[in-house]
Design a protein around this ligand. Structure first.
Ligand SMILES: O=C1C[C@@](O)(C(=O)O)C[C@@H](O)[C@@H]1O
Length: 154
């Protein structure tokens, strides 16, 4: 069965392209998603994209994906919620969803508060500092290499 991957972008990532271009580059989120969908098609995987500035909406989307929601894996750029959100961590764990944590910037080379993630220790992989190319790498990994639950055995 073709894999079904959900791409989640958190707060302020809708501003990609204009937000601090010296940090995040000039590519818009729309362009990132368009490229990802083209890549997904070539990889024969189904890709859905979701962006929200609201923690609860992200939690709701993760829960919907996990409980019979037809998602095999999540790629998530949680934005600032990386550093604050136990709720998003609990949602991912609560539905036993394998996920890749992704950051456009190298969070470890920035302010001290960005060095902690509430998700990294539970992520299958963490990608940061590759710019928006990180989305391409994350999708390749999730589509071809990531261990996912065999739904048929559930
Ligand atoms: O909003 C973001 C974007 C980010 O997740 C990144 O993609 O580099 C890094 C976070 O620290 C920041 O709050």
């Amino acid at each position: 069965m073709n894999r079904r991957i959900l791409l989640i972008n958190g707060p302020n990532l809708n501003l990609l392209g204009t937000r601090e271009p010296q940090v995040y580059g000039s590519t818009t989120l729309d362009d990132v998603v368009s490229s990802a969908k083209e890549q997904a098609s070539k990889l024969s995987v189904h890709l859905e994209s979701f962006q929200s500035n609201h923690e609860g909406a992200i939690v709701d989307r993760i829960q919907a994906a996990g409980v019979g929601g037809g998602v095999d894996a999540i790629i998530i750029n949680p934005g600032a919620y990386t550093h604050t959100s136990v709720a998003i961590r609990d949602a991912l764990l609560g539905v036993e969803m394998p996920f890749v944590e992704l950051h456009v910037s190298n969070v470890h080379a920035r302010e001290p508060f960005r060095k902690h993630s509430y998700l990294s220790d539970k992520a299958t992989a963490v990608i940061c500092g590759l710019g928006v190319h990180g989305y391409t790498v994350a999708l390749e990994f999730a589509a071809k290499h990531m261990k996912i639950k065999d739904k048929a055995k559930l």
